[in-house]
Design a protein around this ligand. Structure first.
Ligand SMILES: C[S@@+](CC[C@H](N)C(=O)[O-])C[C@H]1O[C@@H](n2cnc3c(N)ncnc32)[C@H](O)[C@@H]1O
Length: 257
């Protein structure tokens, strides 16, 4: 456990506050909440935001979550997202044909699983999903082993193995949420930039992720003629009042056709 905490602190550059034994043991039955919802319901931001709460949130850095959401943390799928941001991203993505998805930094797998289930509802031809992380999640292994078209790589996005895979892979959508340092985030961006029509950055407005914020700003300024950019950066008032800071934040870039 000490080793795991050290690796996480190294990759984020900030303190991980709470890791319990239950962390990362996902309740995979929560995917039924998406499967049993209609397309119209899933296109509704309020409905989807509520669904994300019911599917459960990560609890490793609770201080970044508002107190009113504590009851939804530490269970279910452990997705490390703000529901008020993630719901808006999902509804935006529902407008586009997406057949393949890669997540760099899948952690326990919650966001990856939600993306997989949500995108499949809208895209009958969705047939490829790849999750990458340096730390293995047994729950994600369990989720992926029964499904065709999913690959789960336990390796660094900077490894030879992953670079080799990227050379022969084309994707519709990539989420960059791995090592949040400036150098690593830039490397991930350069590695996938030409491989995907749509790119998502996580933590574009987080005070504790300056490397991600800088990479996103650089992306927006250099490639502004080639992409449309969308930001989902709503905050929770209680967190802002308590800390005076912004956290998380999702950036979506879509290549102009
Ligand atoms: C913030 S967590 C990701 C959360 C997840 N995307 C979610 O939304 O639930 C960051 C993850 O990136 C992983 N990571 C750090 N460096 C990495 C690297 N070089 N390659 C792949 N994953 C990495 C960490 O192990 C950690 O699980």
């Amino acid at each position: 456990m000490k080793k795991l905490i050290k690796r996480l602190v190294k990759s984020f550059g900030f303190e991980i506050h709470r890791i319990s034994k239950q962390n990362g043991i996902l309740d995979l039955s929560k995917v039924e909440l998406i499967r049993n919802s209609s397309i119209d319901e899933l296109r509704d931001i309020g409905f989807t935001e509520n669904l994300l709460l019911r599917m459960g949130l990560n609890n490793e850095i609770l201080s970044q979550y508002p107190e009113e959401l504590y009851q939804y943390t530490g269970y279910g799928l452990f997705s490390w997202q703000y529901p008020n941001q993630f719901s808006r991203l999902l509804v935006k993505l529902s407008e586009y044909p997406i057949r393949s998805y890669l997540e760099i930094g899948a952690r326990h797998g919650g966001t990856f699983i939600i993306m997989y289930e949500y995108l499949r509802k809208f895209n009958p031809h969705f047939d490829k999903a790849i999750a990458v992380d340096i730390i293995k999640s047994d729950s994600l292994v369990k989720f992926t082993e029964s499904k065709r078209g999913i690959e789960y790589l336990i390796c660094s996005s900077q490894s030879f193995r992953f670079r080799k895979l990227m050379e022969k892979t084309g994707l519709d959508l990539v989420l960059i949420d791995g090592d949040h340092s400036l150098e690593a985030c830039k490397n991930d961006f350069e590695l996938v930039r030409d491989k995907s029509k749509m790119l998502i950055f996580h933590d574009i407005s987080s005070v504790v992720c300056p490397g991600v914020c800088a990479t996103w700003l650089h992306f927006k300024s250099i490639y502004k003629s080639q992409y449309d950019f969308f930001e989902f950066t709503d905050q929770y008032e209680e967190v802002y009042q308590r800390t005076g800071n912004s956290y998380l934040g999702i950036g979506l870039a879509i290549k102009k056709s």
